[in-house]
Write a protein that binds this ligand. Structure first.
Ligand code: HEM
Length: 458
C-alpha cells in the first residue's frame, strides 16, 4: 500500500508515497501524469539496483560505484536520454546542458572560467542585494502567513536575471520570467512515454508548447546580446560579459549570438528554479524542526547581527550551509536523471544492453537505507564532515565531467539568502498546509511552502 501523507510519522518531514507492489503499464501511465517520483518502487530505497521492462528495458541505479561508472568512468556510453533533450531542446537549443561529445566539450571549456571561484565570488553582491529585498518583502507579512516558495522563486529569478543580462534595458525580466514559467507549465510535465524511453516521434499528450512566448523571449535575448556587444563589458563583468569573452582554450572558437543566447537561457532555466527549491525546502525544514532553526538563527545572528549576509560571512555560517546540503539530500530539485546506454556494459550484477534506459532516481539514492542511517530523518549534521559522505552517494548536482557548472554559484546564493532570512525572522508551519513533493521537471512543493512569519526577538 502506498504511504499517504496522512500516515507519515509526525517526526519525519514530508515524503513521496513510494509504491510497494509492482505497477502495471496503465497504472504507471496514470501515476506519471500525477507525480513521476511515485513510479519509484519503495524497494529502490533498500537495494542498489532495480531492473524491469515496461515497453523497454530499464534499470534504476542507487549504487555509488555504478553511478561513478555512468557519470564518470564510462560517460561516453551513457549519453543523456532523449527525455531531457525533448523537454528542454525547444527552449535552450544545443546548449551546454543538452549537447554531447565535442559540441558539449568546447562549450563547457569556454563557459568554465565564468564559474570559477573568483568570478562567482564577484557576483555575490547581487545575491546580497536580492536577499535584502527578499527580507524587506517578508518583513511586510510579519504576523501573518506567506508562500515562501513564491518568494524564493522571485528572489532567485532576480539574481539570475541580474547576473546574465544585468541592467539591460533591452531585456524585459518580467516577460522572460512569464515565458519560462509558461513553457515549463505547458511542456515540461514529463510523460510516462518519456521515462520509459519511447522514441521522440511518438506524440506526447503534454507536448503542446507555447511557441509564441518562447520566440519572443529568444528575440529579446538576442537584442540584449547585440546591444552589449556594442556597449562593451561593465566594470564588474556579469555572465554575459564573461561568455562574450569566452573562447575554447584549444581552438580559440567563440560563441555565436545564438549559442550565447541558448547558454544564457540555460543558466536561467537550470539555475533559478532549482536554487529557489533548495531554499524553499530548507525553509520548510527549518519550520518543521524549530531546534534546527534556532541553532541556525543563533549562528546567523552571531555572524550578521541582523544585516544581510555577504560572501565574506560564509565561513561563519557552516550550519546554514549544512541545512542547504540536507535539504538538497531530502528534496533534490533534480530528483531524477536519465541516460540511454549505447553499448553493452554491466552495472552491479546486471547486464546492460544498448538501448536500455538508465534511471538515476536521486530522490531514492539520497534515501537509500544501505547508504544513509535513518534516511528519512532531517539531520543537517550528516554533513558536518564532508569526508564521511561518499561522493557518488550524494548527487544533488550530478557528478563527473557533466556535474552542474553552477553548483558553487547556487550554494553561495542559497546560504546568503537563508542566513539573511533566519537572522531576521522565525518561520512556523501553518496547520493543514504541508507541501506535497511533486516532480514536474524539478521536485516542487505542490501547494507552496506556506509558513507563518514572526520577527526575531518578538
Ligand atoms: C540548487 C541548484 C541547482 C541544482 C540542484 C542543479 C542540478 C543540476 C544537475 C543534477 C545537473 C546534471 C544533470 C545531468 O547530469 O543530467 C546540472 C547541470 C547543469 N546545471 Fe545545474 N543545478 C543548480 C543550479 C544551477 C545554476 C545556478 C546554474 C547556472 C547559473 C546551473 C547550470 C547548469 C548547467 C549549464 C548544467 C549542464 C552542465 C553540463 O552538462 O556540462 N545549475 N545541474
Amino acid at each position: 500500500m502506498a504511504l499517504r501523507s496522512a500516515d507519515e510519522p509526525a517526526h519525519l518531514p514530508v515524503q513521496v508515497p513510494l509504491h510497494t507492489r509492482p505497477m502495471g503499464v496503465w497504472e504507471s501511465f496514470t501515476t506519471t501524469q500525477r507525480n513521476v517520483l511515485e513510479l519509484i518502487p519503495e524497494i529502490a530505497t533498500r537495494q542498489p539496483i532495480v531492473s524491469g521492462r515496461t515497453v523497454k528495458r530499464w534499470h534504476m541505479v542507487m549504487d555509488p560505484g555504478a553511478n561513478r561508472r555512468i557519470l564518470k568512468d564510462r560517460l561516453e556510453i551513457y549519453p543523456k536520454s532523449d527525455v531531457t533533450k525533448m523537454i528542454l531542446g525547444p527552449a535552450i537549443g544545443q546548449s551546454l546542458f543538452i549537447a554531447e561529445g565535442a559540441h558539449w566539450l568546447w562549450q563547457r571549456r569556454a563557459a568554465a572560467p565564468a564559474f570559477s571561484p573568483r568570478h562567482v565570488e564577484a557576483l555575490a553582491p547581487v545575491m546580497t542585494a536580492a536577499a535584502e529585498r527578499a527580507a524587506e518583502r517578508v518583513s511586510r507579512v510579519v504576523g501573518g502567513v506567506a508562500d515562501l516558495n513564491a518568494e524564493m522563486v522571485a528572489t532567485t529569478f532576480e539574481v539570475i536575471a541580474d547576473v546574465t543580462f544585468s541592467g539591460d534595458d533591452a531585456f524585459d525580466r518580467a516577460a522572460v520570467h512569464r515565458a519560462i514559467d509558461g513553457y515549463i507549465a505547458s511542456t515540461a510535465r514529463v510523460s510516462f512515454l518519456d521515462i520509459v524511453g519511447a522514441p521522440p516521434w511518438v506524440p506526447r499528450p503534454s507536448r503542446l508548447f507555447s511557441g509564441g512566448a518562447m520566440r519572443q523571449m529568444k528575440a529579446m535575448a538576442d537584442r540584449a546580446i547585440e546591444h552589449r556587444r556594442g556597449a562593451g563589458a561593465r566594470t564588474v563583468p556579469d555572465l554575459l560579459d564573461l561568455l562574450l569573452d569566452a573562447a575554447d582554450p584549444e581552438t580559440g572558437r567563440k560563441m555565436t549570438t545564438e549559442e550565447l543566447r541558448d547558454n544564457l537561457l540555460t543558466f536561467i532555466v537550470a539555475g533559478h528554479e532549482t536554487t529557489a527549491l533548495a531554499l524553499s525546502w530548507a525553509l520548510y525544514l527549518c519550520a518543521f524542526d524549530p531546534a534546527v532553526q534556532d541553532r541556525a538563527a543563533a549562528e546567523a545572528a552571531a555572524a550578521l547581527g541582523g544585516r544581510a549576509a555577504t560572501v565574506a560571512d560564509l565561513p561563519a555560517l557552516p550550519y546554514c550551509r549544512r541545512i542547504i546540503d540536507e535539504a538538497l539530500r531530502l528534496y533534490p530539485p533534480a530528483a531524477f536523471l536519465s541516460r540511454t546506454a549505447i553499448a553493452e556494459d554491466q552495472l552491479c550484477d546486471r547486464e546492460v544492453r544498448p538501448g536500455d534506459t538508465i534511471m538515476l532516481p536521486i530522490y531514492a539514492l539520497h534515501r537509500n537505507h544501505l547508504l544513509w542511517p535513518d534516511p528519512h530523518r532531517f539531520d543537517p549534521d550528516r554533513f558536518a564532515d564532508m569526508k564521511t559522505v561518499d561522493r557518488f552517494a550524494y548527487l544533488p548536482f550530478g557528478g563527473g565531467p557533466r556535474i552542474c557548472i553552477g553548483a558553487s554559484f547556487a550554494l553561495q546564493e542559497a546560504v546568503i539568502i537563508l542566513a539573511t532570512l533566519l537572522t531576521r525572522f522565525r518561520f512556523m508551519p501553518v496547520a493543514g498546509r504541508r507541501p506535497d513533493p511533486v516532480l514536474i521537471l524539478t521536485l516542487r512543493p505542490q501547494g507552496g511552502v506556506w509558513l507563518q512569519v514572526a520577527g526575531r526577538g518578538q
